[in-house]
Design a protein around this ligand. Structure first.
Ligand SMILES: [Zn+2]
Length: 201
């Protein structure tokens, strides 16, 4: 039957060094392998992933990716691409930082002026319903009557400058809640929001 090296299998899941030792011990406890064995049957792969997934939460060194203290699984340090929070993505990491900063500030409503249809969808996906998101775009022919209530509704409003948004539209997004994201890209937007949250904090 086809098999593979246990060390390679663990490494492909991000378990290296001490993390690999702990993963191995977990596999012993689950009876999926035993000390001294170097290879494991491919048929056991699913059971291995299930056992490790239930025992460990994999995180990268970024503070924002550290598992919450309420997490029942044991934390294991892995390289960023295997991190359960950011999966090595700068955008994901920045959005997690932004969400944490908004939580600390007690804010849950984010208004975004601009962005492309693709980046807006991606931002929504990364936020995963953990904040309420609304957008001001040129497609909705924004005017003072429609934009002012959105700014009122928001806890923070961010203008995504240098994206697809007209100057006319951005001038309507005004007031003390407004912050500007100076660069395009989701990480730039998230960083700008997080910075403002922390200032207010
Ligand atoms: Zn991470």
């Amino acid at each position: 039957m086809a098999d593979l090296a246990i060390s390679a299998l663990l490494s492909s899941r991000g378990y290296e060094g001490e993390g690999a030792e702990r993963a191995r011990e977990q596999l012993y406890r689950e009876g999926l392998t035993r000390p001294g064995k170097k290879r494991i049957a491919k048929a056991k792969l699913e059971a291995v992933d299930r056992a490790l997934g239930a025992a460990f939460v994999r995180h990268c060194p970024e503070p924002v990716c550290h598992p919450p203290t309420a997490e029942a699984r044991e934390p294991v340090l892995v390289t960023a691409e295997h991190c359960e929070t950011c999966r090595g993505s700068d955008n994901r990491r920045a959005v997690e930082r932004m969400l944490a900063a908004m939580r600390r500030a007690g804010w849950s409503k984010l208004l975004v002026a601009g962005g492309s249809p693709t980046t807006r969808v991606e931002l929504e996906r990364l936020c995963g319903g953990r904040v309420e998101l609304r957008f001001v775009t040129d497609d909705s022919s924004p005017n003072r009557r429609t934009v002012a209530p959105l700014v009122d509704w928001s806890d923070i409003a961010v203008i995504w400058t240098s994206t697809q948004i007209s100057h006319k539209a951005t001038t309507m997004v005004r007031g003390p809640k407004v912050v500007k994201a100076p660069r395009r890209g989701i990480a730039a937007l998230a960083d700008a929001v997080a910075e403002r949250c922390d200032v207010t904090d």
